[in-house]
Design a protein around this ligand. Structure first.
Ligand SMILES: Nc1ncnc2c1ncn2[C@@H]1O[C@H](COP(=O)(O)OP(=O)(O)O)[C@@H](O)[C@H]1O
Ligand SMILES: [Mg+2]
Length: 286
């Protein structure tokens, strides 16, 4: 099974799979819209398809990916930023073959900002080992997360159908778009009550982006509001593993299928500029 998946992956990614890594940041305007659950289960689903995934909990100091997968990280990004751990020591084994870096639960006052530059350097040497780097971000944007956001290849924006969530998603995209109009936005409507509501949510956001920013976002998918998520969170098992036959799990499988298919049809090499080289540029710019 694993071999089959591996062959598929190599076919899909072509020879470039050996050296090219796609970096994705999962963001939202408002908190609590489902970013962490999405990031984790999306990563697991890609991994099950044979892709090599490194998931970062970038909600530094308030990380909860550990809890969602029922594990605890001995070392987290906070230890790294504090200078007390190497990058390889904070990369943990997650479920279904994913690797992850925990976000830590206490913000350290001692975070050395030039450690971010080290991080970029060290990531460079690891990059070839992964097909995807997925960053689960905290809500909104701050000065540090901005550097990551402007360095990734794709931004996934999660929103719920609530007008407040749509508005905050729009504000976040507007902010990023004005800094880099070439950044692709993929929209996920989460917790929808019906396909119709999902489509309306996506359309509403798409329309304001087109009207006010002349920006065409991409459609990533619609995920239902499903009690399975709450049950899985309580049991600390990713929902895709907790109940693979649930509505939310099959919707996520569809979303990943569509996403992977789109990627194989891409003609432009998305990784022509690596995530790390962009990140370094931002880190040393100021
Ligand atoms: N599709 C969904 N269906 C039902 N509940 C959901 C769904 N997505 C998220 N939730 C609920 O929202 C809570 C917050 O999700 P989380 O992924 O931690 O959000 P964020 O990372 O954006 O803060 C979850 O614990 C769960 O109770
Ligand atoms: Mg979160």
């Amino acid at each position: 099974m694993r071999d089959q998946a591996e062959n598929l992956r190599i076919k899909l990614m072509g020879h470039a799979a050996k050296t090219n890594t796609k970096a994705i940041a999962v963001v939202s305007g408002k908190g609590g819209v489902g970013k962490s659950n999405f990031s984790l289960n999306f990563s697991i689903t890609l991994s099950k398809r044979g892709f090599r995934v490194l998931l970062f909990d970038m909600d530094v100091g308030m990380g909860n990916l550990d809890i969602l997968m029922g594990r605890s990280s001995e070392k987290t990004i906070v230890d790294y930023l504090r200078g007390s751990s190497d990058l390889k020591d904070i990369i943990m084994n997650g479920p279904e073959g994913i690797k992850y870096i925990g976000g830590g639960t206490a913000l350290s006052q001692l975070v050395e900002m030039n450690r971010l530059a080290d991080l970029a350097d060290e990531l460079d040497t690891f990059l070839g080992e992964y097909d995807f780097l997925i960053f689960d971000m905290g809500a909104g944007v701050n000065e540090d997360s901005l550097k990551f956001l402007l360095s990734v290849h794709e931004i996934f924006v999660v929103t719920t159908p609530e007008p407040t969530s749509i508005m905050d998603a729009y504000s976040t995209m507007k902010y990023l778009h004005l800094l880099d109009p070439s950044l692709p936005f993929y929209i996920v409507a989460n917790r929808v009550q019906s396909i119709k509501e999902g489509k309306e949510t996506i359309n509403r956001l798409t329309n304001v982006l087109k009207k006010f920013l002349d920006k065409e976002p991409l459609y990533l998918g619609v995920l239902p509001d499903d009690r399975t998520v709450q049950q899985a969170v309580k049991r600390q098992i990713p929902f895709i593993t907790f109940n693979p036959k649930s509505l939310i799990s099959s919707a996520l499988e569809d979303l990943v299928n569509r996403y992977v298919q789109q990627k194989t049809q891409e003609t432009v090499s998305y990784t022509s500029i690596s995530f790390v080289s962009k990140l370094k540029k931002f880190l040393f710019e100021r």
